[in-house]
Design a protein around this ligand. Structure first.
Ligand SMILES: [Zn+2]
Length: 203
């Protein structure tokens, strides 16, 4: 599941030096007491933010699916919170993913679908590619009748800089198989997405 580090990967020390350069670029003195441990903290944060590079999403699904013959309804996991980083500005993209598939013969534990989302989200991304990668991987490994992925997210490069538009979210979707070709199936998915969630029902 983990791949060996790229030979081009810099050392931890080089990464921390680069963070000191950015601190100086921002106008700071990296030797100031409050900043002494910052480069090490940022480097550790990066290991967490970008751990997706060490994970193979295909393997996550391949090793865990079960064969089922008799389930032929849509499986939908909705409101999966994800955190990613915009590859243009290196700032967070935070949103929710809705992932659906119509099984042909393979189903997978729902936690694995969330882990596939994380494996791609914890990289530098643009939302369009993130959406496609999640959908394409589920589609190619589980070989369902169809796969649908919808992401809605706020981009901090839009809210905290540039045009400064808080509250704006971007929605992207990728529909494959029956979700693309069959309007009844797509409508059924949209109805499932629009239903109040269980938390709202019991509130
Ligand atoms: Zn950006």
């Amino acid at each position: 599941m983990t791949s060996s580090p790229s030979p081009l990967r810099p050392s931890r020390e080089e990464a921390e030096d680069a963070i000191r350069v950015l601190l100086r670029w921002a106008g700071e003195d990296p030797s100031r007491e409050g900043l002494l441990d910052t480069p090490a903290r940022v480097a550790r944060s990066y290991e967490e933010f970008f751990e997706g590079y060490e994970i193979s999403p295909e393997d996550l699904l391949k090793r865990t699916f079960s064969e089922v013959e008799d389930y032929d309804e849509i499986v939908l996991l909705r409101d999966i919170r994800f955190e990613s980083h915009c590859e243009h500005h290196m700032v967070p993209i935070i949103g929710r993913a809705h992932v659906a598939y119509l099984p042909r013969k393979r189903v997978v534990g729902i936690s694995k679908l969330a882990r596939v989302v994380d494996a791609y989200a914890r990289r530098f991304q643009i939302q369009e590619r993130l959406t496609s990668q999640i959908a394409n991987t589920i589609d190619s490994v589980l070989e369902p009748y169809g796969t649908a992925v919808i992401l809605e997210a706020g981009h901090q490069c839009m809210t905290t800089r540039g045009v400064h538009r808080p509250g704006v979210s971007m929605v992207t979707s990728r529909m494959l198989g029956v979700f693309r070709d069959n309007s009844d199936t797509r409508r059924e998915l949209m109805a499932m997405l629009n239903r109040p969630n269980i938390g709202e029902l019991s509130a």
